[in-house]
Design a protein around this ligand. Structure first.
Ligand code: G6P
Length: 480
């Protein structure tokens, strides 16, 4: 082994993500971890049980040194981040540069060299941890925009591995992506993978366009040929769409439990039995179009199209990235607007908008989905938007209407929703009115077709399809 000190690990499947799928709490007696329920870990846990799986990720708290530990079927490998790295790599480059840039620069991305340097350092740390964990010839699946350099860093350490990369968020056209001072390094970072997965076909096409613009590599259809400089013989990188989904069966089952059905009825009563309940559920993020949604609802109240207490909007905004400046600004904006609309249109015990800055357990979310007549997904840009899919999965009663932004990846699959452009406030208002007055026959027709889609394509089939494609890529000579 010419690499000398490095020895391969023992895990056949290694997932590398910014976050570990566990919540860590520090107690007097030490540290406690509980599995955080997320779509990705739900899909991968059974696969990892069969495959000997490890998960490399950050536990979410700065300066917390944790040893690796076993958690049911998954071996957890914590990556430590210092407080400075949380600021520069996570809040800075990941969420102040890449997040807005990759969402079509809906707010201005900031470019700082110190952030970039930290991003490189931390990506190298994740790559090193993955290289240590993976078995000879194993599969490593790298997740999302926080770790775009990991595929190539990992390939340099471990050319024997099959490496997959999945980008959960959009990839913009090269006209926007080219702003990034480190565009070439980021593109080449992803090309360390054998397979790059995106949410939409257009995201994959945009990556391919940036490859052509910023490297001298050749592309043919979905395939990039990488040769000579990094590896000999040449190798091929496939870039293609694999739209993510949800655990449809679990959500549908939850939606059918007597507890959730009763809770849904109770939510309507607690709201004062409105004729119509509108619902928005988002991380409090400027990409979600919450302000556009509030503007449309405020105008409908203003022009008398709807009135309180007949119609009420429930907006759940879960706290997110609260140290990042743009998120603080957004929170203030949203809360001023909610206060103004309630001040103008509410009455004692009759709020126009019920606004909650919390996150809730899945049971409560599913009860809200069941209770809501109209679900409003008005993202300005969104990789997929799983809330849209969860709403559909929860509506086993075939009731309810989904209003869905054309700028969410989900719109590619969910054509039977009321598709809107959130920038077109009049169009959004018309869609909300159409949703409110839609006949139950029409609702059932649309919901039946939407449900077919999320039942056929769930998160389990997504993971199987990505990993199946990755493993089918031709094996390479391992020239170590
Ligand atoms: C999006 C990203 C994920 C991220 C999540 C929560 O869904 O695609 O990578 O984990 O938001 O954001 P946070 O910054 O709290 O991890």
């Amino acid at each position: 082994d010419p690499t000398g000190t490095r020895t391969a690990g023992e895990y056949d499947l290694v997932v590398v993500a910014n976050r570990l799928p566990v919540d860590v709490t520090v107690t007097d007696s030490g540290i406690e971890t509980t599995r955080a329920p997320g779509g990705l870990v739900t899909a991968l846990a059974p696969i990892m049980r069969d495959a000997d799986g490890a998960w490399v990720g950050w536990a979410g708290t700065p300066d917390l040194e944790l040893d690796a530990f076993d958690d049911d079927d998954i071996f957890m490998v914590p990556v430590d981040l210092s407080a400075t790295e949380v600021e520069a790599y996570y809040e800075g480059f990941s969420n102040g540069t890449l997040w807005p840039l990759l969402h079509d620069a809906v707010v201005d991305p900031e470019f700082h060299r110190a952030w970039w340097n930290s991003y490189v350092t931390v990506n190298r740390r994740f790559a090193t941890a993955a290289a240590k964990a993976a078995a000879p010839g194993g599969t490593v699946w790298v997740q999302d925009y926080q770790l775009m350099l990991v595929p190539s860093l990992l390939r340099a350490l471990r050319p024997d591995l099959k490496i997959g990369f999945f980008l959960h968020i959009p990839f913009p056209p090269p006209e926007i992506f080219s702003q990034l001072p480190w565009r070439k390094q980021v593109v080449e970072g992803m090309l360390g993978a054998d397979l790059v997965g995106t949410q939409r076909v257009s995201d994959a096409a945009n990556i391919l366009r940036s490859v052509r613009r910023h490297t001298d590599l050749t592309t043919r259809g979905q395939v990039v040929t990488v040769g000579g400089r990094w590896t000999r013989p040449e190798r091929h990188v496939r870039i293609a769409a694999f739209p993510i989904s949800i655990d449809t069966t679990a959500i549908a089952a939850l939606a059918e439990t007597p507890e959730v059905i009763e809770r849904a009825a109770q939510i309507r009563r607690e709201l004062g039995d409105p004729a119509v309940m509108l619902l928005g559920v988002d991380r409090l993020d400027y990409t979600k179009g919450i302000r556009h949604r509030l503007k449309a609802f405020g105008e409908l109240l203003e022009d008398g199209s709807v009135s309180v207490p007949d119609v009420t909007l429930v907006q759940v905004a879960s706290p997110s990235r609260e140290q990042v400046e743009r998120y603080k600004v957004l929170r203030d904006d949203v809360e001023v607007t909610v206060g103004r609309i309630n001040g103008d249109h509410g009455a004692l015990g009759k709020a126009a908008i019920h606004y909650m800055h919390h996150s809730y357990p899945l049971e409560e979310m599913v009860a809200m989905y069941r209770a809501a007549d109209v679900m409003l997904v008005t993202a300005l840009r969104d990789g997929m938007n799983l809330v849209a899919k969860e709403y559909i999965a929860a509506r086993t009663d075939l009731d309810g209407v989904l209003v869905l932004s054309e700028f969410a990846g989900a719109a590619d699959e969910l054509g039977q929703a009321l598709i809107i452009n959130p920038h077109d406030i009049d169009g959004l208002k018309r869609a909300i009115m159409e949703a409110i007055s839609m006949s139950s026959r029409e609702k059932r027709r649309r919901m039946r077709s939407l449900r077919r889609r999320v039942i056929d394509s769930d998160v389990q089939s997504w993971a199987a399809s990505f990993l199946g494609t990755l493993r089918a890529t031709p094996a390479r000579d391992s020239h170590v």
